[in-house]
Design a binder for this molecule. Structure first.
Ligand SMILES: CC(C)(COP(=O)(O)OP(=O)(O)OC[C@H]1O[C@@H](n2cnc3c(N)ncnc32)[C@H](O)[C@@H]1OP(=O)(O)O)[C@@H](O)C(=O)NCCC(=O)NCCS
Length: 183
């Protein structure tokens, strides 16, 4: 499946910014992603992943009714330059499946990715779904540390889940945050 194969593969950047530099949460807000947001989303995607989704892959993924996009914006930004991160997730009957998530390289380690995850956790609380799921490439160390810091725990490994542009396969780590475990 397109989403899963490209999801979370091998993040490009190193997030070296100190946690001390965090910008307050109130400087950002989360809204639905719309088609006009695509250029900014693509820019973040391309600077975040070795095998980024193309515009067509975003359009195809988001044309499915079960897939949802949220963007996080700077309150001080211009319309052309206000998005600092996004998450795309799939609505499953019992859980939300995070299929893409990235933060602009200039804004990593400000708590922005965690704000997106917190938003999804709050969504779980108001519907019948019970957990968040993410599949992380074995080589995406940043992704592993990020999801672990947000309370996710690896449940199983999916062999050969990811394929890079040279045709090399990598395992995926399926991590879950469960509402009951964290209440
Ligand atoms: C992974 C990613 C979304 C994290 O976003 P972020 O906004 O920087 O994450 P946060 O600032 O909310 O980080 C929360 C915690 O995760 C952990 N973490 C995140 N990045 C880390 C890094 N590079 N090294 C070590 N720990 C890290 C830390 O515990 C951090 O808390 P701290 O800053 O107080 O130490 C971002 O680095 C990114 O876009 N990476 C490329 C794409 C990707 O890998 N996506 C995830 C898989 S789909």
């Amino acid at each position: 499946m397109l989403n899963i194969k490209l999801d979370c593969f091998n993040a490009v950047k190193q997030n070296l910014r100190s946690a001390k530099n965090k910008t307050p949460t109130k400087n950002y807000y989360i809204s639905w992603g719309v088609r006009q947001d695509l250029p900014q989303i693509l820019e973040i995607e391309q600077s975040s992943f070795q095998c980024p989704w193309t515009k067509e892959e975003f359009i195809k993924t988001l044309s499915q009714r079960t897939n949802v996009c949220l963007v996080i914006r700077k309150t001080s930004g211009t319309i052309e330059h206000d998005i600092v991160g996004y998450v795309i997730y799939e609505l499953n009957k019992k859980y939300l499946n995070i299929i893409n998530l990235a933060v602009h390289p200039h804004y990593v380690r400000f708590g922005i990715g965690s704000q997106l995850i917190d938003k999804l956790k709050r969504k779980l609380a108001i519907d019948k779904r019970r957990s968040l799921v993410a599949i992380i490439s074995e080589y995406n160390l940043t992704g592993h540390l990020f999801f672990r810091a947000n309370g996710f725990r690896v449940e199983h490994i999916i062999p050969n889940e990811f394929c890079d542009d040279k045709g090399v396969y990598y395992d995926g780590y399926c991590a879950r945050w469960h509402i009951i475990r964290n209440m």
